[in-house]
Write a protein that binds this ligand. Structure first.
Ligand SMILES: C[S@@+](CC[C@H](N)C(=O)[O-])C[C@H]1O[C@@H](n2cnc3c(N)ncnc32)[C@H](O)[C@@H]1O
Length: 202
């Protein structure tokens, strides 16, 4: 039933994100999770607490066929960036970006291992259980490095937060919110932000 609903929403949006789970592509850390799109209903619910604004640049780290990227790009934000390691999935995400109904924001799909990607313009980072703790650690280090070069406030949303421990180990992050669906405790989302103090008059 959920699959039929997703296929109908896909069709209305003029995209195709209902691909079957393919074997994970190997990443440098060897901990990639296979493609499984985020449920449309959860997506709407979990995007809301981010309070997205017109100048936000939102990354979906492990974007697969681009469902989350497409939903985000229908909002008034500056840009949406999808990072994907699998070339075929990245290609699908690119063609979905072209055909998407009602796109408002620019979409960029970057074929890259998240552990080495460039996060310099990101203000919001979305993770839907894309990989294991090693790649999560490397990715958060990249984001932290980008903050040293370009200090700014960022938000992180982590859906199915299996490796949440990695974020708790980052002293530059603090947990600000947690949403749990009534039935499925693993499908929760946790929200984090960095300690950022804007300089007065700066
Ligand atoms: C659970 S799916 C996420 C789907 C997508 N975010 C959505 O909402 O539809 C995980 C995705 O992460 C990708 N992935 C896994 N390891 C990765 C890595 N090291 N760098 C970039 N993408 C990766 C997989 O290929 C897969 O498409």
């Amino acid at each position: 039933m959920r699959d039929v609903r997703a296929a109908l929403i896909d069709r209305w949006l003029r995209i195709n994100t209902c691909g079957s789970a393919v074997a994970p592509t190997s990443s440098a850390q060897g901990d990639a999770v296979f493609y499984e799109p985020t449920d449309y209903r959860l997506l709407q619910k979990y995007i809301k607490p981010l309070g997205l604004k017109g100048d936000d640049v939102v990354f979906d780290v492990g974007c697969g066929m681009g469902r989350t990227v497409c939903i985000l790009a229908r909002r008034t934000i500056r840009k949406c960036v999808g990072i994907e390691i699998d070339p075929l999935l990245a290609e699908c995400a690119r063609s979905n970006a072209v055909t998407l109904r009602g796109r408002r924001a620019t979409i960029e799909i970057r074929l890259s291992d998240a552990a080495v990607a460039d996060y310099s313009d990101g203000t919001v980072f979305w993770f839907n259980n894309p990989f294991g703790s090693k790649t999560m650690e490397a990715t958060l280090e990249r984001i932290e490095e980008s903050l040293k070069v370009q200090p700014r406030r960022i938000q992180i949303a982590y859906v199915y937060p299996i490796h949440e421990r990695v974020l708790w180990n980052c002293s530059w992050l603090r947990c600000v919110n947690r949403l749990r669906p009534l039935l499925y405790s693993t499908s929760q989302a946790v929200y984090w932000t960095n300690y950022f103090f804007a300089s007065v008059g700066g």
